[in-house]
Design a protein around this ligand. Sequence first.
Ligand code: NAD
Length: 335
Amino acid sequence: PDRTEPFTATLIAGDGIGPEISEAVQKIFNAAGIPVSWEPVQVSALTGGVNTEVINSVEKNKIALKGPLATPIGTGHTSLNLALRKAFKLYANVRPSVSIPGYKTLYDNVDLTVIRENTEGEYSGIEHTVNPGLAESIKVITADASTRVAQYAFQYAHQHKRSTVSAIHKASIMKMTDGLFIDSCRKVAARWPHINYVEKSLDAAMLQLVQNPAQLDVMVLPNLYGDIVSDLCAGLIGGLGLTPSANIGRDAAIFEAVHGTAPDIAGQNKANPTALLLSGVMMLRHLGFYTKADLIHEATMATIREGKSITGDLGGKAGTSEYTDAIISRLQQEM
Ligand code: NAD
């Protein structure tokens, strides 16, 4: 049964086009009758430092929608993204890549979900130079983190009525680390008998993804492979601009668009809010508002399919606000 109780969500509008696309999502949620109170918090990665206001807000609400943040040049990851990942033990990064009707790409019916382990693996940060011609990096895999992400992958597959979870690995070479990863996945799989479980070597999976993406469904991967494969899957549906994502944690879940702040079009009513909107749809499903999530998803897809009021990046002429209004009129027809 669908959830109906109201909830409060932290809203990090972000930089650049962030405020415009967040406003679009708020308007659409409002039109769909989502019982949400937004708690906006001001953060800008440009001002740097860890912001206690945002940490406190997410800690209280356990749920956040986040627009893109500008990254100060030369520092790589924003400190806020790292602070959030640490503070809320965001262990799984989830990226669905679903074909957008009317947006022509090589394949029409892509429907893939990458679930990436987000705390360890090759990104543990344990690296050293042994001597000037020799550097080493240590990949850490634990049964705990592997089990946790596998558990989430099966729960996701169950909730989203998906048939198969594939664990993607390179255990033929990394016998101990990837071996432990798939061993953990296999143990979790045994507890979900109604969902098929497949183990696939990374190289074979990549060949299948580019030749016929319908051969894969939900994938669970160690950190580095997940990072790479999620971008490959986004490429299959037309790039990062339309891709939503979720960061699932022990203590909170944060939903965000994969694209950046698009400074070239900021403040011009040109931005496409779809990725942030679909991140919001993931948030609704995560909270149990399945019917409302489907309603918004359908209205968005129908608007794009029709092609009359779409933004410039999709080949249309509409502004952010016209596109938003077109989705709202669709919603109103369907409600
Ligand atoms: P970008 O994603 O902001 O822009 C790349 C291109 O895609 C631009 O031409 C832009 O106009 C277009 N684009 C992106 N999103 C769009 C949308 N919703 N609608 C229409 N067009 C869109 O990437 P970039 O230029 O490399 O990065 C700009 C800034 O964003 C940098 O400071 C970067 O660090 C930051 N960034 C933040 C995040 C995040 O917070 N999650 C992610 C990526 C980049």
